[in-house]
Write a protein that binds this ligand. Structure first.
Ligand code: SF4
Length: 699
């Protein structure tokens, strides 16, 4: 036994299964990851949730993609093993032909955010500098792009303003559309600490989630009507004299317009629209408004909406009206979902952004990045299509070929018929992944890449803390990191000098320079400093700067140093219930699965807990329809129908249905969700559409 233990090695790294990015030690023996041990990192202090405990099993999973594949015999043919040379040459030959005939924008990149910062940066540079295409975007568009834009508008900076470890300082926590206990279990320990110290908890959610069951007040809001409740809480606080007038005067612009806007949102009006009892709205205003330090946490429940940006801004208005931004434990906090959701949107793979949060349409910011990359600025493309728009360009034939990395569009995009048409149109469709996904099954070329246990680099967690990912084992078979795949493609395209990296550290050194002086300034963050300080918060403009865990203590990011407040008007969801579709359908996560489920549906313990989706329905609604618990029913929306098991639970509003979204093929709920998007950021309205539910015998 002694000999066995000596031959084991512990490699410090971080879980990849959500934006918390918990620290962990991987146990390695004979070149295999064999388990996980606690790592006392500041934001998780050794704890891991069920996903984190088994995440390591991905590395040696028998389903790993081990070698490149090409579909032989055209679209109806079979994916067969190919050499790297054959696969890469095939892609380059096709891309060059397409771009010569149809222009550079006929090829696009659809990237992801569950990759290291170094991979994300290389994706953006490859698309814009090597391919020269306008069209690169990433799956964070579907995640919380609305919150990112709201914070940029209000604060001039898109980042959670405070670390998780600040949360226990709050005397009141208002959560808005965030199922924190299931989606970010380890972040919950900081909420429990606040509760232990006496903090009140208010939960605004259509479902009585595990978090809501422990709350002082649950506000069971009709999906899509959160703005009404938030504005009504603010109005009540004004009437009760709970506003910090001095803070508003000194640190914000726009308050008077907000005050005027919310005046018509009486508790009674809010009850009529949202279904939340007026008395609970008044109680929430007093509980939240009287707390010395109060924190709002919000996530996809309000961000997946055609008015996602506005709803986040309504949260921000509340926090600013109480003078909370910049206080330890106070303010508002977006809870980023994907593993590297924060870093992924800062590295320059977003349709409208260059590295360091530089805007692609600002001449001096374009010039800076062109100089870092060593290309003429007039060769740097302008803004391209958002991910949700890119799919339509594929379906319409404008984009001829796309490389999809780390994303499973067949499960994650709404209104699946358009997605299927888009993917079938592409020739070639190239998918880079480590497991075969529903999207990869349709690909013409599949390229095997690495999982986090095999990666070296950094990610940025939901706090804005830059952390170090360490390589524990070598990739299996012929799999290689995405950035090496890009390097090999660039070399074959005669542009190897643009992606010259031999190590991911070389990419990191370039990221530091590319982000220097930008909003998300990483220049002072060295890999050594990350280890020494257990992560470094951006902005960190110089090597002797400690980083910035808490933002806005004195100034906001706008040139005048003040926050901007915006009057927010309620607008109904894009699709409201009616006679044929009387329910509101909403979607979300469960604790045992992650994103499209392509990673977690393969891990036995996780999958056995939640192997298939279900539709939650309230007992009153179920009784009226004669539906029993566990009965297979038909769920229909204007886009189609599917059969699901009914879960009859009192923890959901009687006018609302809920389905988890982690499942593929015939069980992918996004076949039924609405593709309408927020006009500013193009995020889809996953969280509400009209639906009906029927017994199979009467369907
Ligand atoms: Fe992994 Fe998130 Fe669970 Fe932490 S909370 S172990 S990062 S899935």
């Amino acid at each position: 036994e002694h000999a066995t233990r000596i031959s084991e090695e512990l490699v410090p790294t971080h879980c990849s299964f959500c934006g918390v990015q918990c620290g962990m030690n991987l146990k390695v023996k004979d070149g295999q990851v064999i388990g996980v041990e606690p790592r006392n990192y500041p934001h998780n202090r050794g704890s891991l949730c069920p996903k984190g405990i088994v995440a390591y099993q991905q590395a040696s999973h028998p389903d790993r993609l081990l070698y490149p594949m090409i579909r032989r015999g055209g679209k109806g043919g079979k994916l067969e093993r190919a050499s790297w040379d054959e696969a890469l040459n095939y892609i380059v030959e096709r891309w060059q032909r397409i771009q010569a005939e149809y222009g550079k924008d006929a090829v696009s990149i659809y990237s992801g955010s569950s990759m290291t910062n170094e991979k994300c940066y290389a994706m953006g540079k490859f698309a814009r500098a090597v391919l020269g295409t306008r069209h690169i975007d990433y799956n964070g568009r579907l995640c919380m792009s609305s919150a990112a834009v709201a914070y940029a508008k209000a604060f001039g900076v898109d980042r959670a303003p405070l670390p998780l470890t600040d949360i226990p300082e709050a005397n009141c926590i208002l959560t808005v559309g965030v199922n924190l206990a299931e989606c970010f279990p380890i972040a919950m320990q900081w909420v429990w600490k606040a509760r232990d110290k006496g903090a009140h908890l208010i939960v605004l959610d259509p479902r009585e989630t595990p978090l809501a069951r422990t709350a002082d007040l649950w506000l069971p809001v009709r999906p899509g009507t959160d703005i009404v409740v938030l504005n009504a809480i603010l109005r009540q606080m004004i009437h009760d004299g709970l506003i910090d007038e001095a803070y508003l005067r000194e640190r914000t612009n726009g308050w008077e317009q907000v005050r005027e806007e919310v005046e018509s949102y009486t508790p009674e009006y809010a009850q009529k629209i949202s279904g939340v009892p007026a008395a609970r709205i008044v109680a929430a205003a007093r509980l939240y408004g009287r707390a010395a330090t109060s924190l709002i946490m919000h996530a996809r429940g309000i961000e997946h909406s055609t008015h996602g940006v506005d709803t986040c801004l309504a949260c921000v208005n509340l926090a600013l009206a109480r003078g909370q931004l910049g206080k330890p434990g106070g303010g508002s906090m977006m809870v980023t979902g994907q593993g590297n959701g924060q870093g992924g949107r800062e590295m320059g793979q977003k349709a409208n952004q260059l590295p360091g949060y530089r805007h692609i349409d600002v001449p001096e910011e374009r010039q800076y990045i062109a100089d870092v990359w060593g290309i003429p600025v007039d060769e740097l493309p302008w803004e391209g299509a958002a991910a949700t728009e890119m799919v339509h360009l594929m379906a319409d034939g404008e984009i001829k070929s796309t490389m999809i990395a780390c994303s499973n569009l067949m499960v994650s995009l709404p209104d699946n018929k358009v997605v299927q048409k888009a993917l079938h149109n592409l020739d070639p469709l190239i998918v880079v992944d480590f497991f075969m996904s529903e999207t990869a099954e349709l690909a013409d070329v599949v390229l095997p890449t690495t999982v986090w246990c095999e990666d070296e680099g950094t990610t940025t967690n939901l706090e804005g803390r830059v952390i170090k990912i360490n390589r524990a084992v070598d990739p299996p078979g012929e799999a290689m990191p995405d950035w090496e795949i890009l390097r090999e493609l660039a070399r074959r395209m005669g542009k190897g000098a643009l992606i010259p990296y031999q190590t991911s550290r070389e990419i990191w050194e370039e990221v530091r320079v590319a982000s220097k002086g930008g909003v998300s300034d990483y220049y002072g963050i060295t890999w050594e400093k990350i280890d020494e300080q257990s992560g470094v918060f951006w902005p960190c403009p110089s090597e002797d700067h400690p980083g910035t865990p808490r933002l806005f203590t004195e100034r906001f990011g706008h040139p005048d140093g003040k926050a901007k407040m915006f009057p927010i008007t309620y607008r109904p969801a894009a699709e409201e219930p009616g006679a044929d579709f009387p329910f509101r359908l909403t979607t979300g996560r469960v604790v045992y699965q992650y994103l499209s489920g392509n990673q977690t549906r393969r891990l036995g313990f996780l999958n056995s807990q939640a192997p298939e989706p279900w539709v939650e329905i309230h007992p009153h609604a179920a009784n009226q329809l004669g539906i029993s618990n566990d009965e297979i029913v038909r769920l229909r929306t204007p886009r189609g129908s599917m059969q699901l098991k009914a879960l009859v639970v009192p923890s959901i509003r009687p006018d609302t249905l809920f389905v988890p979204y982690h499942y593929g093929h015939a069980q992918a709920i996004n076949q039924l969700t609405n593709a309408a998007v927020d006009p500013t950021v193009k995020i889809p309205e996953y969280k509400v559409c009209a639906a009906t539910i029927e017994k199979l015998s009467t369907a």
